[in-house]
Design a protein around this ligand. Structure first.
Ligand SMILES: Nc1ncnc2c1ncn2[C@@H]1O[C@H](COP(=O)(O)OP(=O)(O)OP(=O)(O)O)[C@@H](O)[C@H]1O
Length: 865
């Protein structure tokens, strides 16, 4: 199986590289970091989907990319293509011939394994040699061989920490446990017999105890009944005795109180007598109150009378003043009426006077305006305008004529300028040149003169137009002035007429006006009297009469009250009014005391009734106590008996409970023990099976152990590898006749160890450490190839990554010779190097270089430039 080609896409430093391995010795050359080893990584990844350098698969994708792929083409007669994708998309593929053989990461790896028949670790220890590690095979030899022989797993299976041994241990510990179960079984059985014996003993004792309990219960019930009966009597007796004591105490208190209340009757009589004596002072008190009331009334009536008399006097005064004022009041009223009758004329008079003054003012104002305005004579202005208009029309016709003259002369002039030796346009005679010039001169002077004249006429015309305009303006303002003057004159005449009319009317009204003034004066003089009279108008004779009647009535009331006062005073004659008050206070005190005595008498009668009742109750209590016939000793005796019986019963119950508790516990123990015995029987019954299993496992461990199967495998594989090794070393031209592989016998706790020795012609043994550097490299390479060959039918390739690292020049040379020689054993050798010297042995060169972050590959056949 040789490597034909690899295609890398976004794999490590390669974006897109395709590398063909066309030579027998393919040299992959490039500087450090160029991307050479990445190609070897690609080969390992394609085969096992794992990195050869132990980095995580995701780190194999070229930085900055999300996915990568590798396609490896192998050849062993048939073409095999392995395609791998990162990340795993389920699209890994293996094509054999042109047929897809496996799909998906795991399936492809399984198929690769079948085809190359070597696992990753063994491949990396043999046919893929990492930088400077050719000799590492000597150190790894034991492990590599164990992997090759697959005895690693057998070792694991049979070692002390392996599954067979741990299973045996487990069974042994179970058997040991069964031994303890057997002992427990015997002990438990003995304990069970003891427990059953104890159980029947307690059951007998319990029966006895229950019988005694029943007898005692009967006795206790009877004693209790008796005690209850005496108890009832005792309760009643104690109640009665308590009531009796209480009644005796109450009786004593009642009797004491009654003796305190003994003199109440006497006291009552004495107070009642005194009260009767003093009651007459109560009547005198009523009269005294009446007298005070009447005197208050008399005072009040006197005040009212005084007030009424004052009011009557005021009314009288007012009525007298009213009579005095009446003539002036009456004059005022008459004058007022007259004044009102001429008031209209007075208003007209006053209005006319104002109008008269206003007209006078207006006339004088018009006079002032008229004196400032003059009447202008407009006919002169109209004549002047007419003259100007005549001159304008005259000049306008002159202007027309002059313009016609100019036109005529211009026509002659243009006619002359067009005539060449022809007829004279003016005189119609043959026209010569001098005549023509004269005529032109003539026409031009006519035009000149006419134009000058025209200018003068036009100037005069515009002057006249301006003058006409001014004159018309003056005429219009003169007309306006004259119109205004006439209007004002007319208005003045009108006003003068109105003034004359007003004056004659004022003359007519003058008399009435004078009378009005006189009346106004008289009224103002009478007004105070008039107003005072009006203020008194409400006072009249009726009011006076009413007041007089009120005074009479009050006088009558006064007399009545005075008579009443005398009557009461007569009744009270001889009584000391001051002592009445004292007697009345004494009476009040006596009445309070009487109430007190009456209350005491009431209390005495209810106490006497209560005393009677108590005596009766005491008699009955004595009688009932006698009937009860209660004895405290009898009661204490019955009580003691009940207590004794109860204690006995309690002791028995306690004993019964204890026995029942023990019995229950014994029953439970018996039950548990019986159950445990059953369980133990089941456990013990496993013993023969376990013993059989232990025997079988012991035998299996021996069979699979170093002396058994392992020994067999080692001897079988060992001779195969040894044969291969000797075959290969013979091709490497070494000074040894034989190389042998030894497996040290394992001592307890240590595993098998492999070692290599070489023998020379004389049969002398050389350990690897004793060999020269070149010999070691040769044997190491041979050993790698021998091991690989023992697994694969035929070797396809070997990859050496930087094999010259750490080697001196001589060794490098030796190595190159060994590589050349190795071609006899393995048809394809891929050497990865940065060392140009190696190019010597390459028959196909693959150059790898880094451009930026990209690895670029070129291929060449040496000598073909
Ligand atoms: N995932 C990645 N993406 C891109 N470049 C990477 C990635 N992983 C590693 N590299 C770079 O790839 C380059 C090539 O590494 P590689 O080991 O193939 O070089 P080499 O040619 O074998 O060099 P040496 O002889 O020093 O081992 C290195 O510069 C490394 O930093």
């Amino acid at each position: 199986m040789r490597i034909d080609r690899i295609d890398l896409k976004n794999f490590l430093s390669h974006s897109e590289s395709s590398i063909n391995f066309k030579g027998r010795i393919n040299v992959l050359i490039g500087h450090n970091g160029a991307g050479k080893s990445s190609i070897i990584d690609g080969i390992v990844f394609a085969l096992f989907r794992e990195s050869s350098r132990g980095n995580a698969n995701k780190n194999l994708v070229k930085m900055g990319n999300r996915s990568a792929s590798v396609r490896l083409t192998l050849a062993n007669g048939n073409q095999i293509i392995i395609e791998r994708h990162l990340p795993d998309s389920g699209n890994d593929l293996l094509i054999a011939g042109s047929m897809p053989k496996a799909r998906g990461a795991e399936k492809v790896t399984e198929e690769v394994q079948k085809i190359i028949n070597i696992d990753k670790e063994v491949l990396l220890s043999t046919l893929i040699v990492r930088q400077g590690e050719i000799e590492s095979i000597f150190e790894d030899l034991t492990d590599v061989l164990k992997k090759v022989m697959k005895i690693e797993n057998l070792e694991k299976l049979t070692e002390a920490s392996g599954p067979i041994y741990s299973k045996m241990k487990e069974i042994q510990s179970k058997l040991e446990q069964i031994q303890t179960f057997e002992k427990e079984y015997t002990d438990t059985r003995m304990k069970l017999i003891d427990l059953k014996r104890e159980k029947s003993k307690i059951e007998e004792e319990l029966e006895e105890l229950r019988k005694s309990e029943e007898t005692l219960n009967g006795q206790l019930q009877e004693a209790q009944r008796l005690l209850d009966e005496i108890q009832r009597k005792r309760d009643e007796y104690l109640g009665l005795a308590r009531e009796k004591d209480r009644l005796i105490r109450e009786k004593k208190v009642t009797e004491d109180r009654l003796s305190q209340l003994a003199g109440a009757e006497e006291e009552k009589k004495m107070i009642e007598e005194k009260v009767r004596e003093l009651e007459k002072y109560e009547e005198a008190k009523v009269l005294l109150d009446q007298l005070r009331e009447v005197e208050k009334d008399i005072d009040r009536i006197r005040q009212s009378l005084e007030k009424a008399m004052n009011e009557r006097d005021t009314i009288k005064d007012k009525l007298g003043r009213k009579a005095e004022l009446y003539p002036d009041y009456s004059r005022y009223v008459t004058n007022k009426e007259k004044l009102e009758s001429i008031e209209e004329k007075e208003r007209e008079y006053n209005g006319l006077q104002t109008t008269y003054r206003n007209i006078q003012v207006e006339i004088s104002r018009i006079d002032k305006t008229l004196s400032s305005l003059k009447v202008i004579n407009t006919s002169e202005l109209e004549d002047e305008i007419r003259k100007v208009e005549d001159e304008i029309s005259e000049l306008s016709s002159k202007k027309g004529k002059l313009m016609a003259q100019v036109d005529e002369a211009k026509k002659v002039l243009s006619g002359l300028e067009q005539v060449k030796g022809g007829q004279c346009p003016v005189c119609k005679r043959p026209l010569d040149e001098s005549h023509k010039l004269n005529l032109i001169q003539e026409a031009k002077s006519v035009i000149q003169a006419s134009k000058e004249e025209l200018e003068n006429v036009s100037r005069r015309l515009s002057e006249l137009a301006k003058k006409k305009e001014d004159l018309k303006t003056w005429l219009s303002s003169a007309n306006q002035n004259n119109t205004k003057y006439n209007t004002l004159a007319e208005k003045k005449a009108e006003l003068e007429k109105q003034l004359a009319d007003a004056q004659s009317r004022l003359e007519e009204l003058k008399k009435a006006h004078e009378e009005y003034v006189k009346l106004k004066d008289a009224l103002s003089k009478l007004e105070p009297a008039y107003k005072e009279y009006l203020s008194l108008s409400k006072v009249n004779e009726e009011d006076l009469k009413e007041k007089e009647e009120e005074i009479l009535k009050l006088n009558r009331q006064l007399e009545e009250k005075q008579a009443k006062r005398n009557e009461i005073k007569n009744k009270l004659t001889g009584m000391d009014l001051k002592s009445i008050e004292e007697k009345l206070r004494e009476l009040e005190e006596l009445r309070r005391r009487l109430n007190d005595v009456l209350r005491k008498l009431g209390e005495r009668s209810s106490l006497e009734m209560r005393l009677n009742q108590m005596q009766k109750d005491l008699g009955e209590i004595e009688k009932r106590i006698g009937e009860l016939n209660f004895s405290e000793d009898e009661y204490q005796g019955a009580k003691k008996k009940v207590e004794e019986l109860r204690n006995k019963l309690l002791d028995i119950s306690k004993k019964i409970a204890e026995d029942e508790g023990s019995l229950n516990q014994i029953r439970k123990d018996i039950e548990e023990k019986e159950k445990r015995l059953k369980d133990l029987e089941a456990l013990i019954s496993q013993k023969p099976n376990l013993e059989k299993a232990l025997k079988k496992l012991t035998k299996l461990r021996e069979d699979l152990g170093e002396k058994g199967l392992q020994n067999y495998i080692i001897s079988a594989v060992k001779s195969k590898i040894e044969n291969n090794l000797n075959e290969i070393t013979s091709m490497f031209n070494l000074a040894f006749t034989r190389v042998s592989l030894e497996f040290s016998a394992s001592t307890r706790g240590q595993k098998i160890k492999a070692s290599l020795s070489a023998y020379d012609n004389y049969g002398r043994e050389y350990a690897v450490d004793m060999l020269s550097g070149g010999e070691r490299i040769s044997i190491a390479l041979a050993l790698r190839l021998a091991i690989a060959k023992s697994l694969m039918d035929s070797l396809g390739f070997i990859i050496l990554d930087e094999p010259t690292v750490h080697l001196d020049e001589e060794r490098r040379k030796e190595l190159m010779n060994v590589i050349r020689s190795a071609l006899d054993v393995v048809p394809q050798i891929i050497v990865v190097t940065h060392d140009d010297e190696i190019l010597e042995i390459g028959d196909y060169i693959i150059r790898v270089e880094k451009r930026g972050s990209e690895s670029k590959v070129t291929e060449e056949v040496p000598g073909n430039d």
